[in-house]
Design a protein around this ligand. Structure first.
Ligand SMILES: Cc1ncc(C[n+]2csc(CCOP(=O)(O)OP(=O)(O)O)c2C)c(N)n1
Length: 371
């Protein structure tokens, strides 16, 4: 755009170029399973490659089984993760036990990979507080309030720094919609002003229920939202498990080394509905939009990569899927055998000292629930 005479500042060209550093999405294996960064690909051992595939197959099996449980009325709120396997398994694999995880409701798979049991995940969905008791694990329960976990993660990162812990970070997930919340900006800015070790993950799956990403913000990428707070960031192909892993691992290393927070945006897609509560994606998006994302399926891509190396077969995958599903059925039995959440216990654990109103409620529900 030509600069007008007498104009001191060329905002038009600033606007046109400010997203340039973010336009190249980080990738190692493209959607056709072509290796586009051989040097980085060669850093993975065969065992590691197979391990990533197993984790993604595990997550997809978990998705399929939980959708069955949901239809049978055996779960409460559940957010499907179909399509987001590379983004979730690639990223969570980059963290260590000593890192604090702050998940959102779509991040039960990461929570389980970070130490929680599948049974706990089911109990969380069923509204049972037993599901949220992680003991000594550095896990926090999945957040429903969009964006709130970013502020919590910033606080935990400051705690890690103040306690002088070396080689630990807090890491946190939100979706594309979450980046419109005040809490998102506050969390990133707070962690940055204290140069606290936080890794902020944004899983950009294109949709916030029925609101498309392009209506959510005029920013060209979500990654660049971090820059105004002094936080470096990267946009990565979230259907490429290897790229997601490397980007997240390097973000973690950078934050853990005392350089302040980092933000990673993964480009991914939610293949199904927003939640088990029953929204219908065909009411707000088209098959034409979905097609390229189904073509970019992270499992198809890794199946090809591993198949070419003779490391994977469909038969092996089918067997694994069955094994995983059997174990999820056992976990569901365990969850169903856990005493249901009583209102009295919930009230008793709300505050250390119950307020007069809560005391009265406890007495009321004790009478009801002892019947
Ligand atoms: C503060 C707040 N506002 C609104 C909601 C209702 N709500 C639930 S999910 C959702 C969309 C979130 O979309 P996104 O952050 O993109 O995550 P995704 O569900 O796609 O993983 C909204 C608005 C909420 N839970 N919390």
């Amino acid at each position: 755009m030509a600069k007008k005479t007498g104009q001191a500042i060329d905002f038009a060209s600033i606007k046109a170029t400010m997203s340039d550093p973010y336009k190249k999405t980080f990738q190692i294996v493209d959607k056709d399973a072509k290796i586009v960064n051989q040097e980085l690909f060669d850093t993975f051992s065969d065992d590691q490659l197979v391990d990533f595939m197993k984790k993604m197959v595990w997550e997809r099996a978990l998705h399929e089984q939980t959708m069955n449980f949901s239809r049978q009325g055996r779960l409460g709120f559940y957010a499907p993760t179909y399509g987001e396997e590379a983004s979730e398994m690639g990223s969570v694999s980059a963290f260590k036990d000593q890192d604090f995880l702050f998940p959102a409701y779509r991040d039960l798979p990461e929570l389980i990979q970070h130490g929680a049991s599948v049974t706990q995940g089911f109990l969380w969905s069923k509204g049972n507080a037993v599901g949220d008791d992680y003991g000594d694990q550095r896990n926090w329960f999945p957040q429903i309030i969009i964006g709130a976990q970013y502020v919590e993660a910033a606080g935990a990162a400051l705690g890690i720094k103040k306690n002088g812990e070396k080689d630990a970070v807090s890491f946190v997930y939100t979706g594309d919609g979450g980046t419109s919340q005040g809490d998102f900006y506050e969390g990133v800015n707070f962690a940055s002003s204290f140069q606290a070790p936080a890794v902020f993950m944004v899983q950009n799956n294109g949709w916030a229920i029925s609101v498309p990403r392009k209506k959510q913000t005029a920013a060209e990428t979500l990654a660049q939202k971090a820059v105004a707070s002094g936080v470096p960031s990267i946009q990565v192909d979230g259907m490429d498990v290897l790229a997601t892993y490397i980007a997240t691992k390097e973000a973690r290393d950078f934050a853990a080394a005392g350089n302040g927070p980092v933000l990673v945006e993964t480009l991914t897609y939610r293949y199904g509905a927003h939640s088990s509560a029953g929204d219908d994606p065909s009411r707000y998006r088209t098959k034409e939009e979905e097609k390229p994302w189904f073509d970019a399926d992270p499992l198809i891509r890794m199946r090809k990569v591993l198949g070419d190396k003779g490391l994977w077969s469909q038969d092996q995958e089918d067997k694994l899927t069955e094994e995983y599903k059997d174990s999820f059925k056992k976990s569901m039995k365990e969850a169903e055998n856990t005493p249901t959440q009583s209102v009295v216990d919930m009230l008793k654990t709300t505050f250390e000292e119950p307020t007069p109103q809560i005391k009265a409620d406890i007495a009321r529900f004790e009478a009801k629930e002892s019947k």
